[in-house]
Design a protein around this ligand. Structure first.
Ligand code: GH3
Ligand code: MG
Ligand code: MG
Length: 194
């Protein structure tokens, strides 16, 4: 009986250890998948949101600026209608790759939704964020254009308010004729998000 135990116990320990490693790897893979957009391979909205919370906390602690950008392809529906949905998918992928090459290692580009991308630009005052977004816009493939809204965190507003300001600026860029970047206005006292 005892010699058998000498064999079985280490064997069982080895199996449990292998299972634990397998389980840990599977969990890490799931966590990665939950934060990745499957089409472009970019971080998704959830990952972007978590990252922004961290950057805002850092900004609060060190007083460094942080800006965000919302970038939306112009008339993308027309592109899909003309060239097909698969060509549209390819363009979204190419845009993600091209844009990432034009960013700094500390910037974060995510797929925010359909044909909309979002940027976090740590350490960037709004004018510099504007320049970065303009450089990114020059890299839109297939002769397409995009519009963008840029906002800098004002040091106290909520994340939703910051995004609402960026979204309003994006809307303004569309309204003014597209293919441009608009800077967000500061909120006046009494203004609410939206
Ligand atoms: P606007 O300049 O006002 O932004 O016009 P738009 O056509 O880009 O915007 P609209 O909201 O009217 O249409 C968005 C289009 O984006 C329609 C939709 O099919 C396309 N789209 C969203 N997600 C995907 C995707 O994953 N793949 C492809 N190929 N198309 C997508
Ligand atoms: Mg669009
Ligand atoms: Mg859109």
């Amino acid at each position: 009986m005892q010699p058998l135990l000498f064999v079985l116990v280490p064997l069982l320990a080895a199996v449990l250890c292998a299972l634990e490693i397998h389980h840990r790897r599977a969990r890490r893979r799931l966590e990665r998948l939950a934060r990745t957009d499957p089409l472009t391979g970019l971080p998704n909205r959830r990952a972007w949101h978590e990252h922004l919370q961290r950057e805002i906390a850092r900004s609060m602690r060190y007083g460094s600026p942080v800006s965000v950008g919302l970038v939306d392809l112009d008339h993308f529906k027309v592109f899909n209608d003309r060239h097909g949905h698969q060509a549209g998918d390819r363009l979204l992928r190419a845009l993600g790759g091209e844009a990432n090459e034009r960013l700094r290692a500390t910037d974060l580009l995510a797929r925010y939704g359909g044909e909309e991308f979002a940027l976090i630009l740590p350490g960037c005052p709004i004018e510099r964020a504007h320049d970065i977004v303009e450089r990114l816009r020059e890299g839109v493939p297939a002769d397409q254009t995009c519009s963008a809204g840029v906002a800098m965190w004002d040091g106290r507003e909520t994340l939703d308010d910051l995004m609402a300001r960026a979204d309003t600026a994006l809307y303004e860029a569309k309204r003014k004729g597209r293919n441009r970047t608009e800077l967000a206005h500061h909120r006046r006292n009494g203004d609410s998000a939206g």
